[in-house]
Design a protein around this ligand. Structure first.
Ligand SMILES: *Cc1c(COP(=O)(O)O)cnc(C)c1O
Length: 397
C-alpha cells in the first residue's frame, strides 16, 4: 500500500464530497438543487473587500509573523473584550488558515497518542479525523433530539476515563443548530473542572443566533474554566469569508506557542492580504451580519414549517447557524424499484437521483436517522427543493 497508515485511517470530508457531486451533475446539465453547502450565499461586505485591494496595492504581499500580524491579534483581543467580556494577551491568541486549520494545529499541539477526546454527536465532520490525525482517539457520545442534541453532564461523566484529555463543544452547532444556554455550560464546566480536562469551544456561528437569544461561551463561566478552554472562531461564516481562510484561537499560551510552532513548519502565516481584510471585518461596521441573519431567519421559519409538514418527518427548530437537522428515519425500509432505503446515505442518494436535490446524510455527522439541510440558499430554491423532495418521497412504497 502506497499511502500512509495515517491517511488510510481517515476519509475525505463528506460534505465537500456531496457538494462536488452536485457540482459535477450541474456541469453535466442536470439542474440540481443543493442543500449541501456549508457556507453563506452572500458576498463578503464591500468595506472588507476594499481593504484587501488596498493591502495589495500598498504591497502588503509578503510573509508576515507566523501567528498573525499584531494589528489583527489586537482586533481579535478587542472582539473578545467587546463581545464576550473575555480578556486575552497577544501571546494567548493566534491566527490560522481558517477555523479548520486552528483545530488541526490545536490537536497537534495538545494531543498525544492514546489520549481520548470526547466528541458529542451529531458533530461537525472534521472533529474525529483531526483527532485521529494527532494519534488520539475520538470518543463519540450520542445526544438525543428530545434534549435538542445537547450533551448532558451524565453522559459526559460516563464518557470520561483516565485517558480523557479534551472535550469538543460546538455552539451554535453545525449540523443541528442547537445553542447551549449559560446554565447548561455552567453544568458542563463543573464536570470539566472536576476531571481536569480541556475543552475546545468552537464558536464559528456565534453571531448567527436567532430570536435575540444571547450567545454564551463556556470560557465566560469563570476564570478557572477559561484557563481550561480554547476558543476557536473565525471569519468564514460571520462575514461570508469562507474563501479567505482566516480563523483564530485563544487559550493557554503554552499551547498557542506549540500551535505556532507547527504552523511555522507547515503553512507559515495565513494569507497577508486576508489578514488585513480581517482587521477591517472585526473593527468595521457589523450591520452586514444583521442583514444576513434576517435572511437566514426567514428561510429557517419557512424550511421548518415545510419539513414538519412532510409525513413522518420531524425537525427541532434550530436556534442558530444555517442548518436544519430533521429526522427522516420514517422512510427507512421504504422501497424504490425493488431496492430498499436502509439509512441516511441511501435516502440522500435516492433524493439526489430522483429529486435532483443534494443533502448530506446524517451518518456523516454521527447520527444515521437524520439528514442535514443547509439553508444558505434563496427562498425560491428552498421552496422548489422541498416540492421535489415531497414528490420523490411520495413515490416510495
Ligand atoms: C465552517 C466551520 C468551521 C471552520 O470553517 P473555516 O472556513 O475553516 O474557518 C469550523 N467549525 C464548524 C462547526 C464549522 O461549521
Amino acid at each position: 500500500m502506497l499511502v500512509s497508515q495515517r491517511i488510510r485511517a481517515i476519509k475525505p470530508s463528506p460534505t465537500l464530497a456531496i457538494n462536488a457531486k452536485a457540482v459535477s451533475m450541474r456541469q453535466a446539465g442536470v439542474d440540481v438543487i443543493s442543500f449541501g453547502v456549508g457556507e453563506p450565499d452572500f458576498d463578503t461586505p464591500k468595506h472588507i473587500r476594499d481593504e484587501a485591494v488596498r493591502a495589495m496595492e500598498e504591497g502588503f504581499t509578503r510573509y508576515t509573523a507566523v501567528s498573525g500580524i499584531p494589528e489583527l491579534k489586537d482586533a481579535i483581543i478587542e472582539k473578545f473584550r467587546r463581545d464576550n467580556n473575555l480578556s486575552y494577551e497577544r501571546d494567548e491568541v493566534m491566527v490560522s488558515c481558517g477555523g479548520k486549520h486552528v483545530l488541526y494545529n490545536l490537536a497537534q499541539a495538545l494531543l498525544n497518542p492514546g489520549d481520548e477526546v470526547v466528541i458529542p454527536a451529531p458533530y461537525w465532520v472534521s472533529y474525529p479525523p483531526v483527532v485521529t490525525l494527532a494519534g488520539a482517539d475520538p470518543v463519540i457520545v450520542g445526544t438525543v433530539e428530545a434534549d435538542d442534541f445537547k450533551l448532558s453532564t451524565e453522559s459526559l461523566e460516563t464518557a470520561i476515563t483516565p485517558r480523557t484529555k479534551l472535550l469538543i463543544l460546538n455552539s451554535p452547532s453545525n449540523p443541528t443548530g442547537s445553542v447551549y444556554t449559560e446554565s447548561e455550560l455552567e453544568a458542563l464546566a463543573e464536570v470539566i473542572l472536576k476531571y481536569d480536562i480541556w475543552v475546545v469551544s468552537d464558536e464559528m456561528y456565534e453571531k448567527l443566533i436567532f430570536d435575540d437569544r444571547p450567545f454564551c461561551s463556556i470560557a465566560q463561566v469563570s476564570e478557572e474554566v477559561k484557563s481550561k478552554t480554547f476558543v476557536v472562531n473565525g471569519l468564514s461564516k460571520t462575514y461570508a469569508m469562507t474563501g479567505w481562510r482566516i480563523g483564530y484561537a485563544a487559550g493557554a499560551r503554552e499551547i498557542i506557542a506549540g500551535m505556532t510552532k507547527i504552523q511555522s513548519q507547515s503553512t507559515s502565516n495565513p494569507n497577508s492580504i486576508a489578514q488585513k481584510a480581517a482587521v477591517a471585518a472585526l473593527n468595521g461596521p457589523q450591520d452586514s451580519i444583521q442583514a444576513m441573519l434576517r435572511a437566514f431567519d426567514q428561510r429557517r421559519i419557512y424550511l421548518l414549517q415545510r419539513l414538519n409538514a412532510i409525513t413522518g418527518v420531524r425537525c427541532n427548530l434550530p436556534g442558530g447557524a444555517f442548518y436544519a437537522f430533521p429526522n427522516f428515519s420514517y422512510y427507512f425500509n421504504a422501497k424504490t424499484e425493488g431496492t430498499t432505503i436502509k439509512n441516511s446515505t441511501d435516502l440522500c442518494e435516492y433524493l439526489l437521483t430522483e429529486a435532483r436535490v443534494a443533502l448530506v446524510p446524517g451518518i456523516a455527522f454521527g447520527d444515521d436517522n437524520f439528514v442535514r439541510f443547509s439553508y444558505a440558499t434563496d427562498l425560491e430554491t428552498i421552496k422548489e427543493g422541498l416540492d421535489r423532495i415531497e414528490g420523490a418521497l411520495g413515490k416510495l412504497v
